[in-house]
Design a protein around this ligand. Structure first.
Ligand SMILES: [Zn+2]
Length: 332
């Protein structure tokens, strides 16, 4: 339920809109492309980033039939003028809708929104639903603003009202300008970002006020679950700082949101299953990126979990999160 895809060809949005920052692809070799942010190299990618059939072959090797796909966070384009971000989002969402339409048995799509503009986001969210996407992915912060900011609440409310699932993914990592060495933004910043997002949605009262919002957090919730004891203790010892917008203990929200299983660590996954509940842990992979679980669940197979628990992680919980419980399950 956590994989990334992008269109094979991106318009030159920077040229179209007259300023830098947008991603385009340079296909410099067969099956390989450079993701470029203007003239700046961002990442080298392969065909499994855009080719639906190449992905299916990779997946089949790990006994996986269906992928929930969303864009790559660097494509969010929240930095841009809202009307331009909307145009990028519409392009990406139309691509996802076409993919889902062409491959209904192998792909489920999550859209992207111009989150820096409340009204445009709600409009695009409605359109996402109309074109066959079952939810959206957003960043852990929006141009450094936390998800507790009042301007985002109507978007979350619309997600609840429209029955659209939400996936929160870390990006634009805090402190990255101070830790460019050792891949620290990815290893340290990302787990912190996800905890930042969960804490913001809890302490800001988003989860309290929208109990029907179905939200899933990437990378097993980042550092949130491993540090829940500290977070709860902070809530008790300094309510004047922590409980100013929501008087409910953060621990009470365990079991009310989903997380993926991307931990690379059986011991940690057991802990996540205990804390979040075995109904709330979903099979993510972060495919096709190297920091993901590219053997898709192999470490889970070795954990000796009961078949019923594995079934929940492998698909049942994802179907619940996406409200697709009535979707026929194809065997084989
Ligand atoms: Zn990811």
């Amino acid at each position: 339920m956590h994989t990334h895809i992008m269109p094979e060809h991106m318009p030159r949005f920077s040229e179209q809109f007259g300023y830098e920052g947008f991603i385009h692809l340079e296909h410099h070799l067969p099956g390989r492309a450079r993701m470029m942010q203007g003239t700046k190299f961002f990442r080298e990618i392969e065909a499994n980033c855009w080719d639906p059939v190449a992905r299916e072959v990779d997946y089949a090797a790990h006994h996986t039939q269906m992928q929930v796909v969303c864009t790559i966070p660097v494509l969010f384009a929240y930095f841009a003028q809202p009307k331009h971000t909307l145009e990028v989002a519409r392009f990406l969402n139309d691509h996802l809708a076409q993919l889902v339409h062409d491959h209904p048995r192998t792909y489920i799509g999550l859209g992207t929104l111009p989150m820096q503009d409340t009204e445009l986001s709600i409009r695009e969210l409605q359109r996402c639903k109309e074109i066959g996407l079952v939810g959206v992915q957003i960043g852990s912060n929006i141009n450094d603003k936390n998800l507790s900011e009042p301007e985002f609440f109507p978007i979350f409310q619309a997600m609840q009202d429209l029955g659209m699932a939400l996936f929160v993914h870390p990006w634009n990592m805090m402190g990255q300008q101070h830790m460019s060495k050792y891949w620290l933004p990815w290893l340290v910043g990302m787990p912190a970002e996800t905890s930042r997002a969960i804490c913001s949605m809890i302490f800001g009262g988003v989860l309290e006020r929208l109990p029907g919002l179905r939200v899933n957090f990437a990378h097993a919730g980042g550092s949130f679950l491993p540090t829940i004891g500290r977070i709860e203790h902070g809530f008790h010892c300094r309510p004047d700082l922590v409980a100013i917008d929501n008087p409910v203990n953060p621990r009470d929200y365990l079991g009310k949101f989903w997380v993926d299983c991307i931990t690379h660590d059986p011991l940690m996954l057991r802990y996540i299953l205990d804390l979040a509940g075995e109904d709330k842990v979903t099979l993510g992979s972060d495919y096709p990126f190297p920091l993901g679980d590219l053997e898709i669940g192999a470490f889970i197979e070795e954990m000796g979990l009961p078949d019923e628990t594995k079934e929940k992680i492998y698909f049942r919980n994802t179907m619940e999160w996406l409200n697709l419980v009535n979707l026929p399950i194809h065997s084989g």
